[in-house]
Design a protein around this ligand. Structure first.
Ligand code: SF4
Length: 447
């Protein structure tokens, strides 16, 4: 039976330390009671309290880990809401790139090296391919060698794909300490695959034609001691799959139906990069924890990863960077000074273009409560007076010997007031878009 907020509160430390993100233990208890937060978000819970509360307050969707504990470990699940605006989505889907069994050993190694290198930084966050989906078939020795060779070269955890129980058993047991995902148990092989998962303690993917059959296999697996499962769907049957995974999520979150309380994954691997990209973006929004694709080219990965990044930001918290003076490159007393706002996307666009220009610069970031340039201006969060105060508080005039200031091209009206009321006597109107910064600096910056 679900616990009340008061029952949960009685077992909390009652120190109101705020480390869970809430102002009081009572506020946190109410969130746990309504399944909006997991009990594990309180780092000070005693072992007794954990035991007492764990069953009743367990999150409605299990957190499933793939790979050994550490930086590359993939965690999916433990979502608490149907819609992002209700709170936020917690664990971004992991992209998995397939390495087909038909590939030669050399090509398979080349593919895992591409996967390792598929890393990008956007808006200050690192992102990339997080899993390699290694398909193996017989004979057993060949499959084990393939899996071991790829694991040795890989910086990401593995999904092992096979329909053959004997091959799967040997391949998984060969690398069980690296906790690969077993892909996948279905009606034809459920008994054998459940046994492999139970023996190795590795997570198990399950698939079936209907959600009822899926629930049956999941219940059998639970009875045999398998605790970590992922429900798998053919993402190419898009409408059917979205309907099923939405049903599963609703059953887990709204009805607290434990059998359905596991994350889902989709396989959308195909030879059409455009379609794969569109489907990956679709399933990022609803509600995949893992997306298996074929493509490893940046032109496909970046749009997908950007979509995931945007969906998994917290809609209730402005995306900000610290309002301070940033030094880009080897700055000197002659370096240009620009200012911008603390909306992270704005800042990182400006920072990226300054880096691209190869002109070392100071960027003075003004606290606009996470708003971009025009919104901040319209909302009265950005004014010439505030810019002057920020420049003074960051001691910018002590860093450079000139008094030239480059302002965003969207705010030309700031120039007169800045020149009239501050020590920054030469205000230069920069480009309207960050992409114009390299040309602007090259053409206009003279020490
Ligand atoms: Fe209370 Fe734990 Fe939250 Fe601290 S982290 S306020 S002890 S619930």
């Amino acid at each position: 039976m679900a616990l009340t907020g008061m029952a949960i509160y009685k077992n909390l430390p009652k120190t109101n330390c705020k480390e869970c993100g809430f102002p009081t233990c009572m506020a946190f208890a109410m969130q746990v009671a309504s399944k909006q937060k997991a009990l594990t978000d309180c780092p000070h819970l005693s072992d007794n309290a954990k035991t007492e509360l764990s069953d009743a307050s367990a999150p409605p969707m299990k957190l499933v880990s793939i790979g050994p504990a550490g930086n590359s470990e993939v965690k999916i699940g433990q979502e608490t809401v149907m819609f992002r605006h209700e709170e936020k989505f917690h664990y971004p889907p992991a992209l998995a790139v397939k390495i087909p069994s038909s590939m030669s050993d050399n090509d398979a190694i080349a593919r895992i090296e591409q996967i390792n290198k598929a890393k990008f930084t956007r808006a200050g966050q690192d992102m990339g391919v997080r899993l390699a989906a290694v398909e193996v078939d017989g004979p057993v020795d060949k499959a084990v060698t393939r899996v071991k060779t790829i694991l040795e070269k890989s910086t990401v955890p593995l999904i092992i794909i096979s329909n053959n129980a004997e091959v799967m058993s040997s391949a998984v047991k060969a690398i069980a300490d690296k906790k690969p995902l077993i892909y996948k148990a279905d009606e034809t092989n459920a008994e054998q695959f459940i046994k492999i998962a139970a023996e190795t303690k590795c997570p198990l993917a399950i698939s079936a034609d209907t959600t009822e059959k899926l629930a049956d296999i999941a219940n059998s697996a639970r009875e045999k001691g398998v605790t970590d499962m992922v429900f798998s769907f053919d993402g190419k049957k898009t409408a059917h799959t979205i309907r099923n995974i939405t049903t599963i999520r609703r059953a887990a979150l709204k009805k607290n139906f434990r059998t359905m309380g596991f994350p889902v994954m989709v396989d959308i691997s195909m030879d059409n990069a455009m379609k794969e990209t569109a489907l990956a973006a679709t399933f990022s929004a609803k509600y995949a924890g893992i997306i298996i694709i074929n493509g490893v080219d940046g032109s496909e990965l970046l749009p997908i990863l950007t979509t995931i990044q945007n969906i998994y930001t917290d809609p209730q918290v402005p995306n900000t960077v610290e309002a301070k003076l940033y030094e880009i490159g080897h700055v000197s007393q002659d370096s240009p000074v620009l200012f911008t706002t603390n909306f992270s996307l704005t800042y990182f666009c400006v920072e990226g273009e300054v880096e691209r220009s190869k002109v070392p610069c100071y960027i003075c970031v003004v606290d606009t409560e996470g708003l971009g340039v025009l919104n901040a201006y319209a909302g009265d969060k950005l004014s010439p007076e505030k810019v002057i105060k920020t420049l003074a508080s960051q001691n910018v005039s002590e860093k450079v010997k000139h008094r030239k200031l480059i302002i965003p091209g969207l705010l030309p009206s700031f120039r007169a007031e800045l020149e009239d009321t501050s020590e920054w006597k030469e205000v230069m109107i920069g480009p309207e878009n960050a992409s114009g910064i390299p040309v602007f600096l090259t053409q206009n910056w003279k020490k």
